[in-house]
Write a protein that binds this ligand. Structure first.
Ligand SMILES: [Ca+2]
Ligand SMILES: [Ca+2]
Ligand SMILES: [Ca+2]
Ligand SMILES: [Ca+2]
Length: 609
């Protein structure tokens, strides 16, 4: 269908109102008509550009990923067997290519079935190699989620896996191997859990060392009820069938050990039912706050009081309940500034028949739910959403939304034939006016096999400047989606390296201005659902080939500003270093314009500290 461009509509209204200005000659009218016809003819063949070239291609097989998630059920699933897994991305070997860690279940019924988690190294040529055995990171129990963080600031990201029972922390030795340091570090979490769920590294006290929040779901034990009646059919139980359980905040002592400071930090919640966790600064005061999604309980927002303590302010901040006053089956936590007003907004996904939630940050300490106005209420009502969140897939400078979907009751179709256990994923395009358009089908997501989607991580796996997606599915292989939505838009990508601040630069804020748009990103661990994304900050610049200013605000308080930063490059910014350099990306480059071969180079962009 043809619609008139705004300018022509304005002229037409002028015309219809009868105010015939002298400049509108017959010739002008003829020109306008010609233009309208030309425009309509163009649209009839080219469709609408911003959305039609959204495209994600399933490359799981060609990438050599053979991992299959084992949920471990013995007949009918129980609750915890339906809630994993997460997936976590990091460049663990520092070759410039993002690697993937998959979390797996375990045989909890003595059937002699051996499975393990998997670390896949990115070969830089579109393929990955399973290096789990060499690296020594199989996991030590029934796994749920994972996060990467360089807790000892030695330059190599370490790996924390949340599990049923005891968690595991693997120290990255820097030579491709890891060591299980859980006992020394004191982060097994036997005092919390037992179903450890979402986690995030966060330097909440700004001492330059990453601390760790670990969420816990319901208190399921060996004698707990296994099955419940769901609408007349026996299935696993909802969270309401179980008590909640205690979370944990670990302070990093700087000597390889952590202390559980949940009570002292005023963050202990013994009855929580945590699923996902995110940490970011919603008040623009430089201190990271902690967002916790609970299943069937109010969501928590732990406001950082800058003195090692927190205050739970979810209700006052307007995000504990939905705008309709209901609690959420809250899965995903994603923080991003979708309207480019300089304040991080919040996305929380929710259950089937309960739509997802987009919360606009007012900048005054509270959030307003704008899901209806944004157009996401209706298209997310008939799916059960898990991980994902904000991603600018088309590099137009506006954050879009990708969400993985899948039900938690395999038996749901017996109760509700129109509801499916395995579902298609969702993609929404940000129209830059507060509204989102469902482009899932256009992007090819509807043509992929439906899955019980769970964790999602965003990362530019082929370093082409367009962010790709990895989805962890329950009981199935994961889905690696290559982003082929190339509009010719420009991008700029930053890896931050803290020196006084924590080395991963978690909590650092980047402001990029290009043309009329200013964008922000906060480097953050965790988020999504039981998962972690590429810590590099990728900014879409649309048609702009230069970012006029790039400002970094480090957790240490240092500000650095760079001017006229050229697009389509991957940069490294080191805290306190006056020059911006190119990232090191070793081995094969996938594109001619890949800038980073072979060594680090300085580029002439001045820093003003
Ligand atoms: Ca710290
Ligand atoms: Ca905002
Ligand atoms: Ca976009
Ligand atoms: Ca890519």
């Amino acid at each position: 269908m043809c619609s008139l461009p705004d300018k022509l509509v304005a002229n037409r209204q002028h015309f219809l109102l009868g105010s015939f200005d002298k400049w509108i000659s017959l010739r002008t009218i003829a020109f306008l008509l010609f233009t309208v016809l030309l425009f309509c003819g163009f649209h009839a063949t080219a469709q609408v550009k911003p959305t039609s070239s959204a495209q994600f291609v399933d490359v799981t097989e060609s990438a050599g990923i053979k991992f299959v998630h084992f949920k471990g059920n013995d007949g009918m699933s129980i609750n915890l067997e339906e809630f994993g897994p997460g997936v976590c991305v990091s460049d663990y070997d520092r070759d410039g290519w993002q690697d993937i860690y998959f979390v797996n279940g375990r045989d909890r019924y003595d059937r002699g079935i051996t499975v393990k988690n998997a670390l896949y190294r990115n070969n830089g040529d579109g393929t990955f190699t399973d290096v789990t055995d060499k690296a020594g990171v199989p996991g030590t129990g029934y796994g749920l989620g994972c996060v990467w963080g360089d807790y000892d600031n030695d330059g190599f990201p370490d790996l924390f896996v949340t599990q049923y029972g005891s968690n595991v922390l693997y120290h990255n030795n820097g030579d491709g191997t890891f060591t299980d340091v859980t006992a020394k570090a004191g982060v097994a979490g036997t005092e919390s859990g037992p179903i450890h769920s979402g986690a995030t590294f966060v330097d909440y006290d700004h001492d330059g060392r990453l601390d760790l929040y670990v969420g816990s779901y319901v208190a399921f034990g060996p004698k707990s009820r296994r099955y419940c009646n769901i609408g007349g059919v026996l299935s696993s139980c909802p969270p309401s069938a179980y008590p909640g359980s205690a979370n944990a905040l670990y302070h990093n002592n700087g000597d390889g050990t952590f202390s559980n400071v949940s009570a002292a930090a005023n963050i202990l919640q013994p009855e929580g039912k945590n699923l996902s966790v995110g940490a970011a600064d919603y008040q623009n005061n430089g201190w990271p706050d902690i967002f916790v999604a609970n299943d069937g309980l109010p969501a928590y927002l732990y406001q950082n009081l800058h003195n090692g303590k927190f205050q739970e302010t979810g209700e006052a901040a307007g995000m504990a309940f939905t705008t309709r006053g209901q609690t959420m089956a809250a899965m995903c936590i994603s923080l991003g500034d979708y309207d480019n007003d300089g304040w991080l907004d919040l996305y929380i996904s929710d259950f089937q028949k309960s739509s997802d939630h987009l919360w606009h940050n007012s900048g005054k300490g509270y959030f307003d739910e704008v899901s209806d106005q944004a157009g996401i209420t209706v298209p997310t009502r008939d799916v059960l959403s898990f991980g994902g969140g904000f991603i600018d897939y088309d590099n137009d400078g506006w954050l879009d939304l990708f969400i993985a979907n899948g039900h938690v009751y395999p038996e749901i179709e017996q109760v509700s034939p129109e509801t499916h256990y395995k579902q298609h994923n969702s993609l929404f395009h940000n129209e830059a006016n507060g509204k989102f358009t469902d482009v899932s089908a256009l992007a090819g997501l509807g043509a992929l096999p439906p899955r019980a989607g769970r964790g999602v991580a965003f990362a530019d796996f082929d370093n082409d400047g367009y962010v790709d997606v990895i989805v962890a599915n329950n009981g199935d292989p994961p889905t690696l989606l290559h982003n082929a939505s190339n509009h010719g838009n420009h991008f700029v990508n930053f890896k931050l390296l803290g020196t006084k601040s924590n080395r991963d630069a978690l909590g650092a804020r980047i402001h990029v201005t290009s043309g009329k748009i200013s964008q922000i990103r906060e480097i953050a661990g965790g988020g999504s659902y039981l998962s972690q994304s590429d810590l590099r900050a990728n900014f879409g610049l649309g048609e702009m080939a230069v970012a006029s200013t790039v400002e970094v605000i480090w957790p240490s308080g240092l500000h650095q500003v760079f001017h006229d930063v050229k697009a389509d490059r991957f940069y490294l910014i080191e805290e306190g270093r006056g020059e911006i350099t190119l990232q090191q990306i070793r081995g094969r480059a996938s594109k001619d314009n890949d800038p980073a071969l072979p060594a680090t180079k300085s580029v002439p962009s001045k820093s003003q500290n």
